[in-house]
Design a protein around this ligand. Structure first.
Ligand SMILES: NC(=O)c1ccc[n+]([C@@H]2O[C@H](COP(=O)([O-])OP(=O)(O)OC[C@H]3O[C@@H](n4cnc5c(N)ncnc54)[C@H](OP(=O)(O)O)[C@@H]3O)[C@@H](O)[C@H]2O)c1
Length: 287
């Protein structure tokens, strides 16, 4: 049981965590922290948090679990602001989509990565943001990846694992760099492609007509381009090394596709489409 949970950034990810733990009866008090009063007051009205402070030091005082659910660009200053205010038994974790950058932020802010910091990433989300978008079932049957370091305290790790299991999630562990490579391929690259496709169509002269006739496939493929642009700018920059490599590799694949098209190589196209369909049918609907 978490006695007092401090949520730094009460949006989709932080709000959904608080809601899920409340439903599970796994948390006593929830204290929120953020910049916008209206969002924090709404979070109290919705019963997501019990009270709030706009001061990070005050929000983490007395907490035994601290969850950072901010855009990646705000993590380092949040770590700095909590220095000297954390109770000795507090565990810190986060939900940031890139782990190497958050670990580096913690190292810069504290001078070393604290043993009671357990980096994490719930593989769950929607294209909505803010506390209004949060819901208790977000993590049910979804994966959460924890990326502990050799110095991470084992008991802190167990406490974060237990927290996510209480939300209905399946918890796995991965090395930091491996996490960032895998997520560059499965999440960050698709977001870049969706943003770039929609943007390039929107800049075409006939864009009204293009969007008017956009059907289900376009909607499915581009839903994630409605995600929060600031959050995704931060994710892309924070994972730019792994993501840059994926993007270059994929650009080569696109050139191959264009070559197959211009030479009328139907066999090549069929081979690519059949392989892709088989892979998607095998993996995606199972997770
Ligand atoms: N959305 C997803 O699908 C998803 C999935 C997995 C992981 N994540 C990760 O989870 C984290 C949070 O994402 P989210 O989807 O929950 O975003 P969100 O709904 O926009 O919530 C983020 C919250 O952080 C606060 N905030 C924003 N900028 C801040 C700043 N500079 N300083 C202090 N507070 C700030 C905002 O509240 P105020 O405006 O009141 O400050 C907002 O409520 C990100 O690191 C993201 O990479 C997201």
């Amino acid at each position: 049981m978490i006695r007092r949970l401090a949520i730094i950034g009460v949006g989709l990810i932080g709000g959904s965590l608080a809601r899920a733990l409340r439903v599970a009866g796994a948390v006593g008090e929830v204290v929120g922290c953020g910049r916008t009063l209206a969002n924090l007051e709404r979070a109290v009205e919705l019963g997501v948090i019990d009270r709030y402070s706009q001061d990070i030091g005050a929000a983490v005082a007395g907490a035994d679990m601290v969850m950072l659910a901010l855009p990646l660009g705000a993590m380092e200053s949040a770590f700095r602001a909590m220095r000297g205010h954390l109770p000795a038994d507090a565990v810190i974790t986060d939900g940031g989509s890139v782990k190497g950058s958050v670990v580096a932020d913690a190292r810069r802010a504290f001078g070393r990565v604290p043993e009671n910091f357990v980096p994490g990433h719930p593989i769950a989300g929607t294209e909505q943001s803010g506390v209004e978008a949060s819901f208790a079932e977000l993590y049910r049957n979804r994966r959460v990846i924890l990326t502990p370091l050799p110095e991470t305290d084992r008991q802190a790790l167990r406490r974060v694992e237990t927290m996510w299991r209480q939300c209905g999630a399946e918890v796995t562990e991965m090395a930091v760099a491996h996490h960032d490579e895998v997520l560059a391929a499965t999440s960050h690259l698709p977001h870049m492609l969706a943003y770039s496709l929609v943007d390039s169509l929107a800049r075409m002269k006939e864009n009204d007509e293009i969007f008017r006739y956009a059907a289900g496939g376009f909607r499915d493929f581009t839903r994630i381009a409605s995600s929060n642009p600031v959050m995704w700018r931060d994710i892309c920059l924070a994972n730019r090394s792994a993501l840059g490599q994926m993007l270059k590799h994929f650009a080569g694949e696109l050139h191959d596709l264009a070559d197959a098209l211009s030479s009328g190589d139907g066999d090549r196209l069929l081979q690519i489409f059949e392989r892709a369909k088989a892979a998607r049918d095998r993996y995606v609907d199972r997770v």
